[in-house]
Design a protein around this ligand. Structure first.
Ligand code: ZN
Ligand code: ZN
Length: 141
């Protein structure tokens, strides 16, 4: 019985991750908790950790932001808005060669993290694009 319930909770958490956009553990907990008040923060954090250890989801570390989670485990790059903090996947055939590298000083490469920083369309439309550099860490709407 207990196992059954845990499985369901895991599914709820994983489903939420699939529909969210690179959430932090806290953000994911808040969206899960809104729909399922019985799921505790500890459960969400534990499930995320377990999935990440198993390689079923990815932990994403981007400069200037908290650790985030990603349901897409295939190697891919991210772009972060310097203004609102929005994070999107970057799909580029040119990057596949980088991620697919087999020979890096004799290392076998398991993973790579590439992140771009820029201004998202929403912020550009709102006139926030002031050409901020990479040092921008404050994200304010
Ligand atoms: Zn933005
Ligand atoms: Zn991603």
């Amino acid at each position: 019985m207990k196992k059954q319930r845990n499985t369901t909770q895991k599914k709820v958490i994983l489903d939420a991750l699939c529909t969210a956009d690179h959430p932090t553990a806290t953000e994911l907990f808040e969206s899960v908790h809104a729909e399922n008040p019985r799921i505790s923060k500890a459960t969400v954090f534990r499930v995320l950790s377990q999935y990440a250890e198993n390689g079923e989801i990815r932990r994403v570390h981007l400069r200037g932001t908290d650790e985030r989670y990603d349901a897409t485990t295939a190697p891919h790059a991210h772009v972060r808005c310097a203004y609102c903090g929005k994070i999107c996947d970057v799909v580029s055939p040119a990057l596949e060669g980088v991620f697919g590298t087999k020979d890096a000083c004799g290392f076998r490469v398991y993973s790579a993290e590439v992140d771009f920083v820029g201004c998202c369309p929403d912020c550009a439309a709102a006139g926030r694009d002031a050409g901020r550099g990479e040092d921008c860490k404050t994200v304010q709407a």
